[in-house]
Design a protein around this ligand. Structure first.
Ligand code: ZN
Length: 683
């Protein structure tokens, strides 16, 4: 529900040459781009002001970082049953292969391994399609047979031969009909059986899952637990049972180590509240009890005083087609105090925004509670936040906790900084924007308006509005995520053009919002298609949301020529003729999307998503891909983390934590696999 994977960044924001750049000049030598392969560019990010933290704070970050890295294997296993086997086999081949490492085949094998790291498994992190290897099964067999069996001991089960391993892996890697998709969202098929992930055991149908959880739910419970969040549902002797992720349960080897580091972190917590937050999380990991998880979430959301904060656990449910099971992720961060003043202004005025929104009054919150907002500097990315990462987070996800206790909302400015810096002058604006007016506006405002849109989306958008009494929060089923993201985006878009935003000093003038509008529409109508293969539909919910909004507004404004798709020299451009009308259309759509959400109108959700968000114009798509290809840019980006080391004196006492930025992509993953890999290959 809550991540804004700001790919707009790729589009308009990229051109931001504003104040951030000035701040960067002292670090001009910092090399943001680390690696490039397939459709991916890997960047690194800086952790400004880490040195200014106290020793105790640095130690806390160090221990939380360790806890973050220990969960890596969990996500691989959640994404697909064979992911750990595939990753370990490929890593062993990469390290041990002695023959011709310069051959095209070996390069392809290396690229495939890099993609597996990027996707935390055999599927693309974004399209969720299974990777197609650029080498043959014969080559794979030959390389594997050239490796000493002893080197593969972490991969091979007891008494297993290399041929047994091949039998297991060849279909998983090479057969396009096996696990073609990680999370299937296509309408009209069994979403559980057609998804390649590992949240549900063999032979379970969507109907069985829906019945299982429908029976578990208590009717009209005002404080429902997050059913199914931390377990795999399997069939044993014909009966469905949950295998809970906890100490002593599924993934215990990794969770025990996470708990071990959290215990060290608790010792150096900044204050008693934070210590209690960590202790409650440990309790949850030990019991797997989802009531304890809610207790932890409430304590976490209430801890606003600490400078250091973290996410560590089973959090987001995008990976489950039914939106119940959560993937493991972690982020460790500290508050960026200066930039936080901006989001503070937004949350201080939350009630005004709610009261003045264009939605039907019966769907408004009488009291918008506890919207806290801060800008953070991330210290480590892990699990489902690595290597691809969101740039904003809003948690917790449980609706009743958000309603009663509020939510914490963050934007990750050192990540957006890395995106911006890596993208300066890459030719994108020259290719896709209509004229210098749009380009100049983007240069002047895009960084600012992008940050503000993220803030409004996260701090206010997701937290605004309410469900009518008795409406099931999951009523919109597979369409829920797209509708929710559209709601948050529209809330932000609508207000960016409001005088209030200028009055509050959040934007400098009434011109700035146009930069965001243009970038958003261009992205939603055209340029986001760069991340989809020709012939495919749009699957991912943030992308669906963006096309939904842009295509709907385009169509509704057609009679008045509000937005045009103009062709110049055979190339298509988005031209916005009337920004004020765009704003009022955003408002109208927000009203309808909020109605759908508040009333749980599944039928309307399905109609609007299927009509605007899913299908792609194949001709325009081909054109966009062609033009984008010329630019030679990677459509997706991931990150490597900095390296943290404890500095100790002769007596073994910790005297400092050193952060360095020199590690490359391959070395980082091989190091993580060596030191933070505790799960068996098959769980
Ligand atoms: Zn969101």
């Amino acid at each position: 529900m809550s991540k804004k994977n700001l790919f707009i960044i790729m589009m308009a924001t990229v051109l931001a040459f504003s104040n951030q750049v000035v701040a960067m000049t002292e670090n001009e030598s910092f090399n943001y781009s680390v690696d490039k392969f397939a459709d991916i560019e890997i960047l690194r990010y800086r952790v400004p002001d880490f040195e200014k933290l106290s020793l105790k704070q640095k130690e806390l970050i160090y221990f939380l970082n360790q806890a973050a890295l220990e969960g890596r294997d969990i996500l691989y296993d959640q994404n697909n049953k064979y992911n750990l086997t595939v990753r370990r086999t490929l890593e062993t081949m990469y390290v041990e292969f002695k023959d011709d490492r310069k051959s095209a085949d070996f390069q392809s094998l290396t690229a495939y391994l890099k993609r597996v790291w990027m996707g935390n498994g055999i599927h693309h992190h974004y399209s969720e399609d299974k990777f197609v290897p650029g080498f043959t099964p014969e080559y794979f067999i030959n390389v594997l047979h050239s490796i000493e069996k002893d080197k593969l001991k972490d991969v091979l089960a007891k008494d297993e031969t290399i041929d047994d391993l091949l039998q297991k892996l060849l279909p998983v890697i090479f057969d396009p009909t096996i696990y073609p998709k990680r999370t299937n969202q296509a309408d009209g098929v069994d979403l559980i059986r057609t998804s390649g992930n590992n949240y549900y055991g063999k032979g379970i149908t969507q109907m069985e899952v829906e019945d299982f959880y429908a029976n578990m739910k208590i009717a009209n419970d005002p404080r429902p637990i997050s059913y199914g969040l931390n377990s795999k549902l399997v069939k044993e002797n014909g009966k469905l049972v949950e295998k809970t992720y906890k100490v002593g349960g599924l993934y215990t080897q990794a969770i025990e180590r996470i708990v071990g580091w959290l215990e060290k972190a608790a010792m150096v917590a900044e204050n008693d509240n934070q210590k209690d937050v960590i202790a409650t999380l440990i309790k949850f990991y030990k019991t797997g009890d989802l009531r304890t998880y809610d207790e932890y979430s409430i304590k976490w959301v209430q801890d606003l005083a600490s400078q250091i904060d973290f996410v560590n656990g089973f959090t987001e449910t995008y990976g489950d087609p039914l939106g119940m099971k959560a993937s493991w992720e972690s982020i460790v961060n500290f508050k960026n105090i200066e930039a936080t003043k901006r989001t503070q202004t937004i949350s201080d005025n939350a009630q005004w925004f709610e009261d003045n929104s264009p939605i039907d009054p019966q769907f408004k919150k009488e009291k918008v509670k506890g919207v806290s907002a801060k800008v953070i500097t991330v210290a480590i990315l892990a699990g489902d936040c690595y290597p691809a990462t969101p740039i904003g987070i809003n948690l917790p996800n449980a609706n009743w906790i958000r309603a009663e206790h509020g939510s914490k909302s963050v934007t990750i400015e050192n990540i957006t900084e890395a995106y911006d810096q890596a993208s300066l002058g890459n030719g994108f604006a020259e290719e896709f924007m209509w004229s210098n007016t749009e380009r100049e506006r983007a240069k002047k405002y895009a960084s600012l308006t992008n940050n503000l849109h993220t803030d409004l989306h996260e701090c206010l958008g997701h937290g605004s509005g309410k469900l009518l009494p008795g409406v099931d929060p999951d009523a919109l089923k597979a369409y829920g995520a797209t509708i929710e993201e559209a709601r948050a985006d529209l809330f932000g878009l609508y207000y960016m053009a409001d005088n209030k935003v200028v009055e509050l000093g959040l934007l400098p003038d009434k011109e700035a919002y146009k930069s965001e509008y243009y970038g958003f529409l261009m992205n939603g109508l055209m340029t986001q298609l760069t991340r989809i293969q020709h012939g495919k539909n749009i699957e991912e919910s943030h992308m669906r949301n963006r096309q939904l909004i842009a295509a709907w507004v385009y169509e509704k404004g057609e009679a008045d020529n509000v937005i045009e798709l103009k062709v110049r020299d055979g190339e298509t451009f988005v031209v916005v003729n009337d920004y004020e009308k765009v704003r009022s259309l955003f408002g109208q759509l927000l009203t309808e999307i909020q109605r759908i959400r508040s009333t749980g109108d599944l039928d309307a959700a399905k109609k609007i998503v299927e009509a605007y968000a899913v299908k792609v114009n194949p001709k325009l798509h081909a054109e966009v891909l062609e033009r984008y290809k010329k630019l030679n840019l990677a459509p997706y980006r991931g990150f490597v983390n900095p390296v943290y080391e404890l500095v100790k004196d002769a007596s073994g006492k910790i005297t400092n934590v050193k952060v360095t930025y020199n590690e490359n992509y391959v070395d980082q993953h091989l190091r993580y696999s060596k030191y933070y890999s505790s799960l068996p290959s098959i769980n």
